[in-house]
Ligand binder design. Sequence first.
Ligand SMILES: [Cu+2]
Length: 167
Amino acid sequence: MKYLKYLPFVLLVGVLIANAESDLFVSHAAEKNGMAVTEAWSRARPANAAVGGAFMTIHNMESEADSLVAASSPIADRVEVHNSVMKDGVMSMMHMEKLLIPSGEMIALKPGGFHIMLMGLKKPLAKGTEFPVTLKFARAGEITVTVQVKDAGAMDMDMHNQKHKHN
Ligand SMILES: [Cu+2]
């Protein structure tokens, strides 16, 4: 656990972000076996919506690669890892059997890219509510993180920072 020294920083960032969103002292981050999941959030959806997306940052702090191989949540019948791909001007989603998290890398799950897809929602994704998602990694095992539901129009910080970048 040579990277444990970074953990207080990771937790602090999570707390600062949580505090910026609300007065609740909630950190939407979890760490286990050298894998850190931070900034877990979701977009509010209409009450009758059947699907929703969850976004987060996954940081592999170990010297070995790992893979996200499954996900689950008590609020959805099925949870999958998806990638959004633009093809011929049409955005479509691809189911990923596994998402590689290389050693030392941070992978951002965000709108328009990799995301956690919640299918068969059992409760509405209402702004201000929270729900748990359990991610299963091949090496690090299961990590449960609390996902915060934000505004329907919310974007993550990374997207704000990159809004002038086109690719
Ligand atoms: Cu999807």
